[in-house]
Design a protein around this ligand. Structure first.
Ligand code: NDP
Ligand code: OXD
Length: 303
């Protein structure tokens, strides 16, 4: 039993030290693999091109949270997503920053500053802004707690209607009521067949006029042309995106220069190398003990 990592040289160093300290066999790259039959786990963002080289592969560990790009692994290979409080907290921080930026009109002030315009806009209290979070899993729950602590009126939406205690979470039959109250909509859903293209004309039209969009889920959930139409029509006032469609966003894309939109290049989280290695070692330990693996993705549901 051995784990193969495909990653950057900097991460290889950290993982090698962690696996050596744990006494676990480890290959830091495909070039190091002398016996492909020994590889039982692969940890990666982008998997090796030819997985058939590893006949005893049991499990692929995605070093991030979203696993949509790993949906076509061979049958019988278990897919695991990294569970890392540090990663979750990074996305929470990005969402909190983005929500505050939009709530306090930063896009307009940055635009004014470029033009040397000293012009005040009305300031609203956080408690007067209703936040709606789509996706109330590990990260959605943390973001809700953070935004609530700042005074926002937060409600959530999830596939099942489940979510953390102490917060109202709408299920599929409550989507209309959820959107109608979301002055600031946050998307933290995984990319699945159901969520692909979910941020579209109909959804934007269902929001209160002048709503704000914070998107850190997956780019393919967002119809960027629909977002532009919603901005032009006033259904949306501003948007802050960490994920875009396509990704990377081409240098000449309208969203880079539209003063109503702020884009960051999919950086809400970057798994800390030591945290990633520690989680992979938990997976290896569970596999050795014949115990259920942590972080298993339901490949039918897609997350
Ligand atoms: P979880 O699996 O913990 O939670 C997923 C949540 O989404 C659950 O509440 C689930 O509902 C809900 N959901 C799934 N499908 C639907 C649907 N069709 N309609 C409504 N809700 C749905 O995931 P995480 O919180 O850990 O991560 C969420 C996503 O955030 C990741 O999949 C990834 O795409 C994105 N992400 C982005 C990062 C970035 O850098 N921008 C970094 C990390 C994550 P239910 O409870 O009912 O199943
Ligand atoms: C992601 C991640 O899922 O960076 O986007 O973990």
């Amino acid at each position: 039993m051995a784990l193969l990592l495909t990653s950057t040289p900097e991460r290889q160093v950290v993982w090698r030290a962690a696996f050596a300290a744990a006494g676990e066999p480890f290959f830091a790259s495909e070039a190091e693999v002398t016996d492909p039959g020994a590889v039982t786990q692969i940890a990666c963002w982008t998997p090796p091109a030819d997985l058939s080289r590893y006949p005893n592969l049991d499990c692929v560990i995605c070093v991030g949270a979203g696993t949509d790009h790993l949906s076509d692994l061979p049958e019988g290979v278990t897919l695991v997503r990294t569970l890392s409080p540090g990663l979750d907290a990074m996305v929470r921080d990005w969402v909190t920053m983005a929500a505050l930026c939009l709530h306090r009109d930063l896009p307009a002030y940055v635009d004014q500053a470029r033009r040397g315009a000293w012009q005040a806009r009305p300031v609203r209290t956080a408690r007067s802004r209703r936040v709606g979070i789509m996706g109330m899993g590990r990260i959605g729950a943390l973001a809700a707690e953070s935004l609530r602590s700042l005074g926002f009126e937060v409600e959530g939406y999830s596939r099942s209607g489940r979510g953390p205690g102490g917060i109202k979470v709408h299920g599929a039959d409550g989507i209309g009521a959820f959107l109608a109250r979301s002055d600031l909509l946050v998307c933290l859903m995984p990319l699945t067949d159901q969520t692909r293209g979910a941020l579209n004309d109909a959804l934007f039209a269902a929001l209160p006029p002048g709503a704000m969009l914070v998107h850190a889920g997956r780019g393919a959930q967002l119809d960027m042309d629909a977002m532009r139409r919603a901005l032009d029509a006033g259904h949306l006032s501003t948007a802050m995106l960490d994920v875009t469609n396509p990704e990377p966003l081409p240098p000449d894309h309208w969203a880079w220069t539209d003063p109503r939109v702020i884009v960051t290049p999919h950086v809400a989280a970057q798994t800390d190398a030591a945290d990633g290695a520690a989680f992979a070692l938990q997976v290896v330990a569970a596999a050795r003990a014949g115990m259920p693996l942590p972080g298993v993705v339901d490949r039918g549901l897609g997350y």
